[in-house]
Ligand binder design. Structure first.
Ligand code: DGY
Length: 326
């Protein structure tokens, strides 16, 4: 019997690839950079499954080009805004993703960004290295207090809740905004559901944990930054386009807010000449919140398991569109 054919669009942990090779003929894209659209379409003709990344656009055109035998799309990420879920569902194709396994690493990193941005870790590091550190000075490198401050968490899902838990270690007051009040989680942790206006005006730190969809695109723009305290710091470890980057630039430059810590940008990578890169109160790292060895291994294995289950016609462990899951 011939094995099903799959495309894996980037190198993942070897044990995950080996597991897939047991059941399928694998075409592995080993370049560091993603395949171009043309190459992606070319390579996906006739495949039965794909293991893809957030940098691959998986839309109706992709699915039609792959052909009606396409059984499963397995994304190695919790976010899946690169995939047209409605188109997949219409064609009866289950879409796997990797929630849960990256929750702790991502929340840890969001808190890392919060602390680093609040306490000017990167400007301090640069100063220690470039010779501009001349003396201890009572007025140099003054950041924001974290202990006992107020955090506003936007999006109380799995990662938002873990961010809240970490905030309790610093005795922070926790406000959160979510379209759904999470009374179940409020029973576990002292936190208050508020509207966006209250969250923005009251919080010392605003941490974004929503997915990217038409209602969250540019959820943070000029108006929101104006509402925030001049001393506040914004953290984004969700998706870049949730923040209007030119509005953020103006807010940071004009000291309407004190700082930002961004794991994600719009676009990615952020262009070299982007004005945000000229600011020393904007900490930017290259979308690495889930990048620990354990977490990326677990993401690789879960994405592989979802792909294999989809090929076999059994149900996926974590499926975005369970209505078409087997
Ligand atoms: C995700 O999973 O969506 C992250 O952005 C990458 O881990």
């Amino acid at each position: 019997m011939t094995k099903p054919r799959v495309l894996i669009t980037r190198n993942i942990f070897p044990e995950a690839i080996k597991a897939i090779e047991q059941v399928a003929e694998v075409d592995l894209w080993t370049d560091e950079m993603p395949p171009s659209r043309e190459v992606l379409l070319e390579k996906s003709k006739g495949i039965d499954g794909i293991l893809c990344l957030l940098t691959d656009k998986i839309d109706g055109e992709f699915m039609d080009n792959a052909g009606p035998q396409l059984k499963v799309i397995s994304q190695i990420a919790v976010g899946y805004n690169n995939i047209d879920i409605a188109e997949a569902t219409k064609r009866g194709i289950p879409v796997g993703y990797t929630p849960d396994v990256l929750t702790h690493a991502t929340a840890d990193f969001a808190f890392t960004l919060l602390m680093a941005a609040a306490r000017l870790v990167i400007p301090g590091h640069i100063s220690a290295h470039d010779g501009s550190w001349k003396t201890w000075h009572p007025l140099h490198f003054l950041g924001q207090d974290i202990y006992g401050s107020k955090i506003g968490i936007v999006g109380m899902g799995r990662i938002g809740f873990e961010m809240a838990k970490r905030s309790t270690g610093f005795d922070m007051d926790i406000l959160y905004y979510d379209v759904n009040r999470r009374e179940d989680l409020e029973k576990k942790l002292k936190m208050t559901h508020v509207g966006m206006d209250e969250l923005l005006t009251q919080s010392d730190f605003v941490s974004i944990h929503v997915d990217l969809n038409p209602t969250t695109q540019h959820m943070f723009s000029t108006e929101q930054f104006k509402q925030m305290k001049n001393s506040s710091v914004i953290i984004n470890a969700a998706r870049g386009p949730v923040i209007d980057h030119m509005a953020l630039y103006e807010a940071l430059k004009n000291k309407e807010i004190a700082g930002a810590g961004l794991d994600v940008t719009d676009p990615e990578p952020i262009p070299n000449d982007h004005p945000l890169l000229t600011l020393d109160n904007c900490l930017i790292v290259p979308h690495i919140a889930s990048a620990t060895i354990e977490t990326r291994r677990a993401m690789s294995n879960l994405a592989a398991a979802n792909l294999i289950n989809g090929l076999k016609g059994t149900s996926l462990s974590t499926c975005v569109n369970p209505e078409v899951d087997n």
